[in-house]
Design a protein around this ligand. Structure first.
Ligand code: NI
Length: 174
């Protein structure tokens, strides 16, 4: 088990567009396992490789409470979108912040699993939100990009302040 460091907004590495996975080897298997470990440890429901500074098109998700709903999406492509829904989203790369984002209600997608097997699936509701959110990460997009520039700037300042306080606390306990 290996936990990876999750990049946090406004880290510029979160803006890098991920490249397709071409080799389905042991290294990819280890990446997927590390991503699950990191996501579960941070209590998230989805994680894109971009968030741990690996710029490959890999997503993991699990909406279950007990680790029984593991989903791996390699090189995912959305084939169809239907309907609209607004949902309050959070992101492990933007801690403490939640905001409403509008997304498709239902999606149909094609992806590969960790062994390279191609499959298609449909998702709706929260799973559809989660997949669209994680696929945005692969494009270097964050959910805060959907907010107004003013709100995003307030958010950036709040996070910078939060980080300064954390650093001060850490310095005091040394
Ligand atoms: Ni996220």
């Amino acid at each position: 088990m290996a936990l990876r460091t999750i990049l946090e907004f406004p880290d510029p590495r979160l803006r890098i567009r991920a490249q397709p996975v071409e080799r389905f080897d042991r290294e990819l298997g280890e990446l997927v396992e590390d991503m699950f470990d990191t996501m579960y440890a941070a209590r998230g429901i989805g994680l894109a490789a971009t968030q741990i500074d690996v710029h490959r098109r890999v997503i993991v998700a699990d909406l279950s409470e007990d680790g029984s709903g593991r989903l791996v999406l390699v090189n995912p492509v959305i084939l169809a979108r239907e309907g609209r829904q607004r949902c309050e989203e959070g992101c492990l790369s933007v801690p403490e912040i939640r905001a409403e984002v509008e997304r498709a209600e239902r999606i149909r997608l094609r992806a590969q699993d960790a062994e390279g097997e191609t499959f298609e699936m449909e998702a709706e509701g929260l799973l559809a939100v989660c997949i669209q959110h994680e696929m945005d990460h692969l494009e270097g997009r964050l959910f805060v990009d959907y907010l107004s520039p003013l709100k995003r700037e307030m958010l950036r300042k709040r996070l910078a302040k939060q980080r300064r306080l954390e650093e001060r606390d850490a310095a005091q306990t040394r």
